[in-house]
Design a protein around this ligand. Structure first.
Ligand SMILES: NC(=O)c1ccc[n+]([C@@H]2O[C@H](COP(=O)([O-])OP(=O)(O)OC[C@H]3O[C@@H](n4cnc5c(N)ncnc54)[C@H](O)[C@@H]3O)[C@@H](O)[C@H]2O)c1
Ligand SMILES: N[C@@H](CCO)C(=O)O
Ligand code: NA
Length: 435
């Protein structure tokens, strides 16, 4: 199909008609006239590729448009909306569409974070556009925000709650004292978490989004492989209660920062649970909501907040891309090209700055705290605060918050503490952000 719809009609093919795809069909049918007026293009849904045409669908899904032949459908479209998810066959279909000059709109963060360069190269080769607002934080226009609104600024940091399932779980643990297991079961009942919740609770979904956000913010290719990730399975109700007592909340954060080490600019990109002061704007993000804080040199701090998942909210992001794509098809112009000119190096643990809270159980006798402090001192990690929660049966629970140190120094400190004869157990190590 041609890259410009000279007859003013833009042929849209939908691949996948699940949670998001079905809502895209509904919105196209209900508001197609508006989208036509806004884009100047008549949007015509020419087909919906599904796995099984016999499956029962939402009542607004036109059965005559269903096909099981996605490959053939792609050849008939100006704009291909990929909402299948996963790597294959999504990757092959998207590559085929882009190479042939069709615009692709996708919500597939897993595909983008693993195969971004290949997709962008195919777009370049096909003189085609690739849109992916729905891939990060659902309805929240953070891809547009970074790619276009902030194109005239220098971004220094991006901190986000980009996974609704884990935020829901942590919020239920924090506000209602639930255990991780109970909160997860509740998230599954409500349909937030999948039956296999691995991608959410182990942080992989957030890591894919972190890679996409960091690529956009720092004009550097970042893949999911580059993002060290820690999920939320080990967080306990007790951790939550203690965080609250010290004026904090625990959130799963995607953190991408521009850093300078020995005069060299680089970036660090991480996903991990972190203690945030209760007054931090991200601490007020409850339930399954998402939020992304962007810090930029001139604009200062911005916060994007809203629904990061769900059929209709995510379809809103898809449709915004479809309207933009259709407008370009009719009036000319392109989406912004992938921008990777900065090619900033990724900092590893030896050069990434961090603060940690380390909880220990140690023998309650003279000199043990001094021995622990000695380990910090020898590793060059300064201590910000020490609290002793209780001492019984000759064992004390100690919470130490470090000052900023390198991740490597913090890791070495924790490894040595675990070997200290007076330390019974390193209970937990949690990052501290936003202080
Ligand atoms: N659900 C959300 O809240 C949300 C939010 C943001 C982004 N996304 C992304 O949007 C995409 C779609 O998510 P979803 O929640 O709608 O998933 P879903 O599982 O509900 O829908 C995917 C659909 O694709 C169909 N499918 C699978 N293989 C196919 C094939 N070869 N041809 C045609 N259809 C095929 C499946 O049968 C299913 O109906 C994913 O990439 C997801 O990560 C989803
Ligand atoms: N599983 C994701 C959906 C959106 O990517 C979440 O919980 O946020
Ligand atoms: Na978005």
């Amino acid at each position: 199909m041609s890259t410009s719809a000279t007859d003013g009609v833009v042929r849209v093919a939908l691949l996948g008609c699940g949670t998001v795809g079905s809502q895209v069909v509904r919105l196209l049918r209900e508001h197609g006239d508006d989208w036509t007026a806004r884009s100047g293009a008549k949007l015509e849904l020419v087909g919906i590729a599904v796995r099984d045409t016999a499956t029962e669908r939402d009542p607004w899904v036109p059965r005559e448009l269903l096909t099981e032949d996605a490959e053939e459908l792609v050849t008939r479209a100006d704009v291909v909306v990929e909402l299948i998810g996963g790597i294959e066959p999504a990757r092959t279909l998207v590559l085929r569409a882009l190479t042939s000059g069709a615009t692709v709109v996708t919500g597939n963060k897993a595909l983008l974070a693993a195969h971004g360069p290949e997709l962008h190269a195919a777009a370049e080769a096909g003189d085609a556009d690739l849109y992916y607002e729905a891939a990060v934080a659902g309805a929240i226009p953070v891809v547009y925000g970074l790619r276009e609104s902030l194109a005239g600024d220098k971004i220094t940091a991006v901190l986000g709650i980009v996974n609704g399932t884990t935020n829901y779980i942590l919020d239920e643990m924090a506000t209602r004292g639930l255990s991780f297991e109970t909160a997860l079961a509740q998230a599954q009942e409500l349909g937030y978490a999948e039956a296999d919740p691995t991608a959410d609770v182990d942080g992989h979904d957030a890591a894919a989004k972190a890679a996409i956000l960091a690529s956009l913010a720092f004009h550097t290719r970042v893949s999911i492989e580059d993002v060290p990730v820690t999920g939320i399975r080990s967080i306990t109700a007790e951790d939550m209660a203690e965080a609250r007592d010290s004026g904090h909340v625990i959130k799963l954060l995607a953190v991408a920062r521009r850093t300078v080490t020995d005069g060299t600019e680089g970036i660090s990109v991480r996903v991990h649970p972190a203690l945030l002061p209760a007054a931090h704007p991200l601490a007020a993000v409850h339930g399954a909501f998402n939020a992304v804080v962007v810090e930029a040199e001139s604009a200062g701090r911005l916060m994007f907040y809203g629904q990061g998942a769900g059929g209709a909210p995510t379809a809103s992001a898809v449709l915004s891309d479809v309207v933009a794509a259709a407008s370009h098809k009719v009036h000319g112009g392109h989406a912004p090209r992938e921008s990777t000119y900065a090619e900033l190096p990724l900092h590893g643990p030896a050069t990434t700055a961090a603060r940690s809270q380390i909880k220990l159980r140690l023998a309650d006798r003279p000199g043990t705290l001094a021995a622990v402090a000695g380990v910090f001192g020898e590793e060059g990690v300064s201590i910000d605060s020490v609290r002793q929660q209780r001492a019984d049966d000759g064992v004390a629970s100690i919470t130490i918050v470090s000052d900023v140190a390198t991740e490597a120094a913090l890791d070495r400190t924790v490894a040595r503490l675990a070997e200290e004869p007076s330390v019974h157990e390193v209970i937990s190590v949690t990052r501290v952000e936003g202080a």
